[in-house]
Design a protein around this ligand. Structure first.
Ligand code: BG6
Length: 477
């Protein structure tokens, strides 16, 4: 069987990780503009105010804002059929609650769309990739405040109306389920630190996160409803950070614990966005933890009226969990878990598990029965730029190839897989560490963790390999 004829081969990025130009043409600050560079062993800092002593990677990132034409031409050279990127909310509404959108910001993305159209590359647009305007975090306490629902719907409608002719595939929120993790509260402005703290050491409050999440679901549903009124050809997708979980042992307690974590972390958000209602297990869990999200009848109707129609997810790794005590806790992996003796790990301790992708594809297709798209997958590695301008990255080819083989098998199993967007198709700033040296791209960008370098783009070996994969529609791996 293999990949469909019109399979969407491509790559993915996010605004705050590539654009730079952090205050140019009227852009306001985003929450990630106040997060410093860190490393695998040294956590990033969130500094509520800009502190000139620190380096903030999103200020310049890979300078895509000024180089988008060159970058898109390189994507086209690889034969991309689709490109997933996000719009920076703070470029369109710099203060979050501005009366009028910032025309310069709208123009920038319009130019990006025109460039993509030139090469027949289908855009897949993330409306909010975990980087709300800083002003929304400070003035409104981010998504904890229900007023932010209307601000988001206004922002989304502005995009739908302006870019209607260019876009079919929209993603209202990136990795929406990460609000089940304390780490992601910042990106949604839900818990905004008053004082400097480490990225990993942010204050946490489960109840606040769950209330913020409810507002996000309502905002998504309202935006989807409005979007469909504007153009019925629009498709709206979930975007789930799918952390595939395995029980570390066959102890029944382990199996049960993993099953429950899976329901809560992986399934809750997609269940709500695709079925239009809070699942019973999540409502019960909230009740058990004493959290009242005040879900009204009106909220329930809103959720039903704005359901998505395709399932997308990011997949990098699986994790193993146990109720028993194991010594081999994976230290650097922000998702936690215990070392899986059957899997190798990346330098950043992320387990590499291609078979887990097939398992995940089957699991989600069986559950939702809607078209599925992989909107992020890839491996972060240290690459070396040789003197002759080449970059040899066989490890990246191996990682992606092994995942593509498992995708093929999942298609043969009957999964309706419509696209694959390799994460960080061009090197970009890492979210978890703020580093540039954790590279995902087929295209190397000559800059380091402190923003030094020529910013010149170089084609890695994987660039030529991926081009052949696309040319042969996945036959030539
Ligand atoms: C996903 C995010 O969680 O993982 C991306 O959507 C992120 O924005 C990617 O870059 C990889 O994580 P990291 O920490 O290696 O950048």
């Amino acid at each position: 069987m293999g990949f469909k004829e019109n399979f969407l081969w491509g790559g993915a990025t996010a605004a705050n990780q590539i654009e730079g130009a952090y205050l140019e043409d009227g852009k306001g600050l985003s929450v990630y503009d106040i997060v410093t560079v860190g490393s695998h062993t040294n956590p990033r800092l969130i500094t509520p105010k800009i502190d000139e002593e620190h380096f903030y990677p999103s200020r310049i990132s890979i300078d895509h804002y000024h180089r988008y034409k060159e970058d898109i031409a390189l994507f086209a050279e690889m034969g991309f059929k689709a490109y997933r990127f996000s719009i920076s909310w703070a470029r369109i509404f710099p203060n979050g609650d501005d009366e009028q959108p910032n025309e310069k910001g709208l123009e920038f993305y319009e130019n990006v769309f025109k460039e993509l159209k030139k090469y027949n590359i289908e855009p897949v647009v993330t409306i909010s990739h975990s980087d709300i305007p800083l002003a929304i975090a400070t003035k409104f306490n981010g998504w904890t405040n229900e007023k932010v629902i209307d601000l988001y719907v206004k922002y989304a409608k502005t995009l739908f109306e302006r870019y209607e002719q260019y876009v079919t595939y929209w993603l209202p929120f990136n990795e929406i389920n990460n609000l089940f993790l304390p780490l992601s509260a910042l990106g949604q402005g839900a818990i905004f630190p008053k004082e400097e703290c480490t990225f990993q050491g942010q204050a946490d409050d489960f109840e606040t996160r769950m209330k913020a999440l409810k507002n996000i679901f309502l905002a998504s549903a309202k935006a989807v409803k409005e979007g469909r009124k504007i153009n019925s050809k629009f498709h709206f997708g979930t975007m789930i950070c799918h952390i595939t979980r395995y029980p570390r042992t066959c102890h029944p307690d382990d199996v049960l614990a993993v099953f429950k974590n899976d329901l809560l972390y992986n399934n809750t958000c997609a269940d709500i966005m695709l079925k239009g209602e809070y699942p019973f297990y999540t409502l019960k869990e909230l009740e058990k933890r004493g959290v009242d999200i005040n879900l009204t009848e009106e909220d329930k109707t809103t959720l039903k009226e704005g359901i998505c129609d395709y399932y997308t997810f990011s997949y990098y790794q699986s994790i193993s969990e146990s109720t028993l005590k194991f010594d081999e806790q994976t230290s650097g992996n922000i998702m936690g878990g215990i070392k899986n003796p059957y899997l190798k790990e990346t330098e950043w301790d992320w387990p590499i598990d291609p078979v887990g992708l097939r398992y995940t594809l089957l699991k989600v297709y069986d559950r939702y029965k809607v078209p599925v798209m992989i909107t992020e997958n890839g491996i972060g590695c240290r690459d070396v730029l040789n003197e002759d301008g080449t970059i040899n990255d066989p490890y990246r080819v191996e990682y992606i190839k092994d995942h593509l083989i498992e995708m093929q098998k999942a298609i043969d199993d009957g999964v309706d897989l419509i696209g694959y967007m390799a994460w960080g198709c061009i090197d970009l700033v890492s979210v978890s560490t703020g580093e540039m040296k954790k590279r995902y791209g087929f295209i190397y960008v000559d800059t380091d963790d402190l923003g030094n370098g020529s910013f010149k783009r170089y084609k890695k070996d994987s660039f030529y390999w991926y081009k052949k994969v696309i040319e042969s529609n996945g036959e030539n791996l």
